[in-house]
Design a protein around this ligand. Structure first.
Ligand code: AHR
Length: 329
């Protein structure tokens, strides 16, 4: 299906919000099979969340649904994603979907996509761009809100357990530095902690969103500080690594150390039920159908919102067991 994005994409301002109208049409100039070719520049395979996200795209962008998917795993490297996007441009795909590793440094390659008339949809993480017209729209989670929700949960938990006057030492396992998931969550967490003088943030360091690195960094925190009360892990896999480190140090995760993580994958539910994780703030990875809907709307000549936040919840010992049986990832 041949794109005519450069010709038909019309930018409109509707009630203060930006929306785009347009899309691809005509099957004649491409493979001629009527399929829409979508190139997905994925971050990597660093976490359970990412695996669920990849599966969501792979199972949605199938021939029976009208698509040909070209998938690429950037192994958490921005330079790989830039090469991939150039590759997609060369292949003259109809749409480029990017889950950007980090927020900055995309202007040149997105300018090339724009010049080639290929619409770019951002999914999951955001980009910081000097020119917002370089992408069509974005769909994903509100990382800043997730960080704030995590601290709100801690405040309520302490109150409910009569511990609101306790002085608590906190460590923070951060995601990939410069990714919008890290930037938003770190901001929400650190600003929330700073509001309460009972909290002391002892240290923060990246665990790269992986279990192995999360464990390694937690081990170093435990060596440096013998009185850690709370761990914020900016994803579940780093929390799983931290749990192993805490156990190896002879402490009980979830009891001696309060553990708060992000994503809320099925294994995190198991850990909540087992008492090892106290709270998991949801980050929903099932963006395949959402991007499908965006493309179908555009193909039908419709308009889409520029920024689309996904609704997300908070899970703990009160609701995890009830929700686990229907958990999709
Ligand atoms: O961008 C979403 C984050 O990326 C998820 O929290 C994490 O697990 C993934 O690697």
């Amino acid at each position: 299906m041949k794109k005519i994005f450069g010709l038909v994409l019309a930018l409109a301002i509707i009630s203060g919000g930006m929306v785009f109208a347009g899309g691809s049409s005509d099957t004649a100039a491409s493979a001629g099979d009527g399929l829409i070719t979508v190139g997905y520049a994925q971050v990597g395979a660093e976490s359970d969340w990412r695996t669920a996200n990849t599966e969501s795209f792979r199972s949605t962008f199938v021939e029976e649904n009208g698509y040909r998917l070209i998938f690429d795993d950037a192994q958490q490297k921005q330079e790989n994603q830039i090469k991939t996007i150039r590759n997609f441009i060369q292949q003259d795909v109809d749409y480029i979907v990017v889950a950007p590793v980090v927020e900055t440094g995309w202007e040149t390659v997105l300018g090339e996509a724009k010049a080639a008339g290929i619409p770019v949809i951002l999914s999951d993480r955001q980009m910081k761009l000097s020119d917002e017209s370089l992408y069509l729209c974005w769909v994903g989670g509100d990382f800043l809100k997730e960080g704030r929700d995590a601290v709100d949960w801690l405040n309520n938990y302490l109150k409910e357990n009569g511990r609101e006057n306790e002085k608590l030492n906190v460590v923070l396992l951060q995601g990939t530095i410069g990714s919008s998931a890290q930037v938003g969550r770190t901001q929400g967490i650190t600003e929330g902690l700073a509001k309460n003088p009972n909290y002391t943030l002892l240290a923060k360091q990246t665990g790269e969103f992986t279990q192995a690195k999360g464990q390694e960094v937690m081990e170093s925190f435990l060596k440096a500080y013998d009185d850690i009360d709370v761990v914020f892990a900016e994803n579940d896999n780093m929390a799983f690594g931290a749990i192993d480190a805490i156990k190896a140090a002879g402490k009980v995760p979830g009891k001696d150390v309060i553990i708060i993580s992000f994503d809320a994958v099925r294994e995190a539910f198991n850990r909540i039920i087992a008492g090892e994780i106290n709270c998991a703030v949801e980050c929903n990875p099932l963006h395949g159908p959402r991007v499908d809907e965006i493309i179908k709307t555009l193909e039908a000549g419709g308009t889409v919102e520029k920024i689309q936040y996904v609704k997300e919840e908070v899970f703990d010992a009160k609701n995890a067991a009830d929700r686990l049986p229907t958990r999709a990832y």
